[in-house]
Design a protein around this ligand. Structure first.
Ligand code: ACK
Length: 983
């Protein structure tokens, strides 16, 4: 490679220098005896050309000295440097009046030298300037004269002709012109920003700059046109634009040099050559990319800076799981990802059946086999397969592929699955037809086999939304050959098939039938609604209990409700008691009046805002006593308190669900001579005075409120039992949301638990009055709201809805999974609101399955419309209960922070391990921590439950408390960091 030399030449170019002229100068004088040319020799025998004139005694001197013709060359303006001595007139006696102390400089431009013999005409010459001396001959004290040499420079131009003459006019001075130098300036060729700029002569107009474009040096290319401006003094000014080294080259000392082997540069730019990424190399100079080692590849879209990668190894531990409706395949990611993160999985299927000759014949699987979410390009490590034939023998191959699998060999894991469900005979259901549909339901019927081989017990209807990618198989049973499937989406196509259950088991399924729901607000082919087909079928069989209970209640209510809208689905809407002019009317309408003499009070079990809560029995003639809880209104109440107290009864009385606390009735009308009251020592005593007792009688829930119940039973339930509790709450809430009732205060403290662990939603007064809840705090909008349980839009602008109840449900799930831990621990309400805004969400409690935490996070979507509805939540929980394998993967305790898991926070140092354990009442474990080397809060930040166990903390409740406190510390610290607070 040849490098352009760096050029920093002298910016001055000499056109004439009398001191350097070795021969004759051949300057002319007019008149001939005016100026004298005196040539002397210096020590090196070089001539010194001097011109002198000194006619100071004579009047009217006009002596001219003219130079030879000087070629202009490239110059636009030239500079003339004169070195001379000039004697001051005072030093010469008798010359006043004739002696001068200046001389004049003239010039004449011509294209050619003037022919010899041309007459000298002073008028042809243009005056440049009058030259005076800065110094002159001066007298010393001793009378000696000291010679002072003057140097004056004058600019001559603009020059347009090819050459010029200089002329010196003496008008009576005593001058010795020692040397004349004529030169011009230029901007010398230079190298800037990887561009070369040539020698440039400044503009003839000294105030203008000459724009010069540079040429990129070798192996460089223009980024923006490189430019410099040449100034009058030969300086380069205003550098603009630049060149950059081309691919395979990097900048060094103003030039572009090649990348060394082992290095590469894929793009032109100022960056240096980079070392070849992992599993690649470059053997030549100036490499623009590195080549992958054998067995490693680069995908089309991979940047050349990325390491070369290879296909992943096979998925590991492929297992199958089969239940009544679906076949699940699950595997573990490959041990070698090939260095990439874009792993997906393909599930390939073959159906292999034995032939009569004992051999196996394998064919591709049936095209209508359904893979959920899909067979190819799976990002997760499981797939569900539906609609498989039984009995059958399937072989599934799961291959792991990544971005370079097309270039190498994809590794596969293989599993044989034999699906051998007992099938009791061929399909008994033929054609399924649609009777009618609305926007969210479809009514189906089919003809019953006239002489079935065995008695049909019932039918199972399976359906799914055709377009839906997720696992959304739903099923229901019906005794009749008809069903109304509800909870569907408008304008959507659903696929149905039905099989009969006979006394010998299931028969084969019918063929698939596709029907669509109608557009919103429209009903297709409405038919007479009968009790048989009025009631919706929920998405899972497990919801049947809930549906039946709803049916019963609706039947009852159909006669009871006087107002309220009954939509087509038959679900009754909730009537707000506040819409009654007289609230007692609402109570009369929705609550049964109980004779207080049929109530037998046993003991006080708690206190509410309005008075004591007692347990007791309710006597109903002809039936066994039922255990009840009696909420009382304390004596001396005001009328508005009575109204608010009874309001809850008129709400509760409208509901009839196994998961909503049941109202037995109210006592509002009786006058009693003796009222009970409770002494300070919790002993019931009768006060003999006339009073009007007011009571609300509800079913008794032996285990009390869910939060305190879980706190006392820390760690004692299986995950499935906990999910069962959540499911109960979800059933109750789905019922309430279908009724159009918004709870607003859904929290574990407002869920009651019976002796069979059935959870029921209670506390309905709160939909309006929030005073009773100690958790409720005033918000900016003035309302009182239980901040930790409430959705952001409800806190911010009071927008309560069933989906804000879904948010609260997510918090209840968290309370359940953490055995009654306080949500957000000891964070202030304000900090909770701020963390929510920043997108922070509660981490999974210890031992919480991933699926449940995901459901919680789903309930805590900021955007209300993106949260699931209670029916979806219920279906999801039901699926987990049916197929608990989804509960097996637990959130890894040390990685359950949704924000940056890698960033381990530094804990504030203001608290020691001892202080911390004291604060959570776990002081007894101080020695365990210290002995195991945990001395700072920072050191405990990554502790998992295993670590806690390892240091000798065996009680599950204590492990849980410690782990959740570590989480709490991390959450608080996260918040401190987010709010920019420095500790
Ligand atoms: O946690 P607990 O025992 O359950 O304490 C509170 C207390 O009364 C104040 O509300 C309990 N409680 C409320 N309603 C009922 C009920 N229906 N059955 C049993 N306990 C109840 C609640």
């Amino acid at each position: 490679m040849s490098l352009t030399p760096l050029v920093y030449e002298n910016p001055v170019l000499i056109l004439l220098d009398t001191t350097a002229v070795l021969g004759e100068l051949d300057w002319k004088t007019y008149p001939i005896n005016g100026w004298d040319a005196i040539t002397e020799m210096d020590e090196q025998n070089r001539p010194i050309h001097t011109f002198q004139v000194c006619h100071v005694m004579e009047l009217n001197q006009n002596n001219w000295l003219r130079s030879g013709w000087i070629q202009r060359q490239a110059a636009q303006r030239v500079y003339v440097e004169l070195r001379f001595t000039l004697r001051d007139c005072n030093s010469i006696p008798w010359v006043s009046g004739t002696c001068k102390e200046t001389f004049n400089l003239f010039y004449l431009q011509t294209n050619e030298p003037l022919p010899s013999g041309t007459r000298f005409r002073p008028t042809d010459y243009a005056k440049v300037d009058t030259i005076a001396a800065d110094e002159s001959f001066t007298q010393t004290d001793l009378g000696d004269r000291v010679l002072r040499l003057n140097t004056e420079i004058r600019e001559v131009g603009p020059l347009t002709q090819r050459g010029f003459y200089l002329a010196f006019q003496d008008v009576g001075a005593c001058i010795a012109l020692v040397s004349v130098k004529v030169f011009y300036k230029r901007c010398p060729s230079t190298l800037r920003n990887l561009a070369v700029f040539p020698d440039t002569v400044p503009h003839r107009d000294s105030s203008s700059l000459v724009e010069v474009k540079g040429a990129c040096v070798e192996n460089a290319e223009e980024k923006d046109t490189p430019k410099l401006y040449c100034g009058a003094d030969g300086d380069w000014l205003v550098p603009l634009g630049h060149c950059v080294c081309s691919i395979g080259h990097e900048e060094k000392d103003g030039h572009c040099q090649t990348c060394k082997p082992g290095f590469f540069k894929p793009i032109a730019g100022n960056m240096k050559c980079s070392q070849c990424p992992l599993h690649s190399s470059s053997h030549d100079q100036a490499a623009t990319m590195c080549h992958c080692e054998k067995g490693f590849y680069r995908a089309n879209k991979d940047p050349s800076t990325m390491a070369c990668t290879r296909p992943p190894s096979a998925p590991r531990n492929l297992v199958s799981l089969i239940n009544d409706t679906a076949l699940f395949l699950q595997w573990m990611p490959p041990s070698d990802t090939g260095g990439r993160s874009d792993i997906t999985y393909n599930v390939l299927c073959q159906r292999c059946d034995g032939d009569s000759g004992g051999g196996m014949q394998c064919d591709p699987c049936e095209p209508d086999l359904r893979f959920i979410p899909r067979p190819l390009g799976l990002t997760g490590i499981s797939v569900a397969i539906l609609d498989y034939a039984t009995p059958a023998n399937y072989t599934f191959i799961v291959e792991a592929v990544n971005g370079v699998s097309g270039l190498g060999i994809a590794a596969r894991a293989l599993i044989n699955v034999t699906v051998n469900t007992h099938q009791a005979g061929p399909a008994l259901v033929g054609v399924i037809k649609k009777d009618w549909s609305s926007d969210n339901s479809i009514a189906l019927s089919w003809t019953e086999e006239e002489h079935p081989p065995l008695d049909i017990v019932d039918y199972e209807v399976k359906y799914y939304e055709k377009e839906q990618e997720q696992l959304s198989y739903s099923s229901t049973r019906t005794k009749n050959p008809s069903v109304v499937v509800t909870g569907l989406r408008p304008s959507s196509v659903y696929v149905f098939h039905v099989r009969a259950r006979t006394t010998a088991g299931y028969t084969a399924y019918s063929s698939n039938f596709e029907f669509s729901t109608s557009a919103e607000g429209r009903i297709q082919q409405p038919v007479k609604v009968t009790a048989d087909n009025l009631w919706p079928v929920d998405c899972m069989g497990q919801c049947q209990g809930y549906i039946k209970a709803r049916m019963k209640s609706q039947e009852k209510r159909r006669t009871r409700f006087r107002s309220g809208h009954v939509p087509f689905s038959g679900i009754k809407t909730y009537v707000d008691p506040d819409t009654y002019e007289d609230p007692t009317q609402a109570v009369e309408e929705f609550a049964k009046e109980i004779d207080p003499s049929s109530i037998c009070i046993d003991r006080v079990i708690g206190t509410g805002e309005f008075g004591e809560v007692c347990s007791g029995r309710l006597r109903i003639p002809g039936r066994l006593d039922i255990a009840v809880a009696i909420k009382t209104l304390k004596g001396g109440y005001m009328e508005h308190q009575r109204r608010d107290f009874l309001r809850e009864a008129s709400i509760m009385g409208q509901f009839d669900s196994p998961n909503i606390i049941r109202l037995e009735g109210v006592v509002t009308k009786s006058k009693m001579l003796a009222c009970f009251s409770v002494s300070r020592v919790n002993i019931l005593q009768y006060t003999f005075m006339a009073c009007r007792p007011v009571m609300i009688v509800v079913e008794y829930m032996a285990n009390g409120a869910l939060d305190s119940f879980l706190r006392t039973r820390d760690g004692q339930f299986t995950v499935l039992q906990l999910v069962g509790m959540m499911r109960g709450v979800a059933v109750g809430m789905a019922y309430l949301s279908d009724m159009g009732y918004v709870h607003r205060d859904l929290a574990a403290r407002n869920i009651l638990v019976d002796e069979n662990l059935v959870c029921k939603v209670s506390d309905f007064g709160m939909s309006r009055v929030m005073e009773e809840d100690t958790e409720a705090a005033y918000t900016a909008t003035g309302g009182k709201i239980p901040i930790r349980w409430t959705a952001p839009e409800a806190i911010a602008y009071g927008k309560f809805s069933s989906v804000s109840d879904v948010w609260s449900f997510g918090i209840v799930m968290w309370e359940v999974m953490s055995y009654g831990e306080r949500p957000y621990w000891e964070m202030s309400n304000q900090d909770v609101i701020l963390s929510m805004e920043e997108g922070y969400r509660l981490p999974a409690p210890m031992g919480c399955p991933v699926t449940l935490h995901q459901l919680m996070l789903h309930c805590w979507q900021k955007e209300p419309s993106q949260r699931p509805r209670f029916n979806n939540v219920l279906c999801f929980l039901d699926k987990l209960i049916i197929n608990p394998s989804g509960l097996l993967t637990l959130v890894n305790e040390s990685h359950n922070f949704p924000d940056s898991p890698d960033a381990m926070p530094d804990y504030p140092l203001f608290i020691s391990i001892g202080d911390w354990l004291d604060s959570i009442k776990m002081s007894q474990y101080k020695n365990n921590f210290i002995a195991a080397g945990y001395t700072t809060l920072d050191s405990i930040s990554t502790m998992s439950v295993d670590d806690i166990r390892r240091i000798g903390i065996c009680l599950i409740g204590h492990q849980r408390r410690i782990i959740s406190s570590i989480q709490s510390l991390r959450l608080q610290f996260h918040h401190i960091q987010q709010s920019g607070f420095q500790v």
